[in-house]
Design a protein around this ligand. Sequence first.
Ligand SMILES: [Zn+2]
Length: 178
Amino acid sequence: MAEALLIVDLQNDFLPPAGALAVPRGDQVIAPIDELVASGRFELVVATRDWHPPDHASFASQGGEWPDHCVRGTPGAQLSACLDVSAVDAVIDKGVERTAAGYSAFEVEALRALLREAHVDAVTITGLATDVCVLHTALDALREGLRVTISTRAVRGIDAHRTAAALAELSDAGARVV
Ligand SMILES: [Zn+2]
């Protein structure tokens, strides 16, 4: 069986200082993620992107809860140039419909298919943000029956309290939080 590395939303809009929805200290995940990518221990490396239409329901401009971010095709939606994309096997776009939240990468059937085809039974989840897309992706991974590891060096959250709660919830749900 095989392990996959999931890199959640390492996109310019989530990175300080200039991102539209910058995660505090989000840039600190880049070096640990690059280390994991370079380790060679993952059969499959998958990067996800928030890839929203300009009128996405989550946007403040539409009455939603987040600043407008990661509009498909814009510089803010691009993966960080610091990520070695040559080592990424697949990119999964989520939140592509106006009303699809895109919090979990498992909303995208193509991800499930990829993992199945590669006989993946375990995932290490990294990226941004711990209290939103990492949390929902990891909970869904557990529901899929996968073994889940969260590398705390390689994730950062938007809100400190919700981030601590998210890591506790994941640990309680059976994830290995290391
Ligand atoms: Zn989003």
